[in-house]
Write a protein that binds this ligand. Sequence first.
Ligand SMILES: [Fe+2]
Ligand SMILES: [Fe+2]
Length: 181
Amino acid sequence: MADPFRNTPPAPEDKGVMTAQNIAAAFAGESQASQKYLAFADVADSEGYPNVARLFRAVGYAESTHARNHLSVLGGIGATTENLKAAWGGETFEIDEMYPAYDAVAKLQENKSAQTSIRYALKAEMDHQGIYDSTLKDVKGKKDLEAKPVRVCPVCGHTVIGDAPDECPQCGTAGSYFKEF
Ligand SMILES: [Fe+2]
Ligand SMILES: [Fe+2]
């Protein structure tokens, strides 16, 4: 039987600035749609529509394949060392510039819920930055991440390697609710 995974995403291409901008916008839009549909699926489940939930998850998966293809065309998927560097760079930008700037605006505009979601993200990005940094050092030496679970707070995204805390230090959610990967 044919290998169902033989089809790789499109290769990176230099197709001119306008096309690159369009594909970047499409990557953002498809990524957002896929996240949105996952959230919509959870709502459908909680309202007693498990098959509507299934539909949202299926279409969300389709949108994520579009997002991945666009990212591939943009040259945004490399080998693991490159990917860890890119991931570390993204987290660092969010910590040092993006979220502090967004937080300042949210404070000026007295938007409390935005300040909370920004704080949750900023704190979790710090976890991610540290984990990516040490993981990159390991992978440069051809060493995989240790085989411990990665646990994530389902409310704020606080991320730890190994045991969950009794209570999330950022949002107070009980450690037993942490999602394990
Ligand atoms: Fe992050
Ligand atoms: Fe949390």
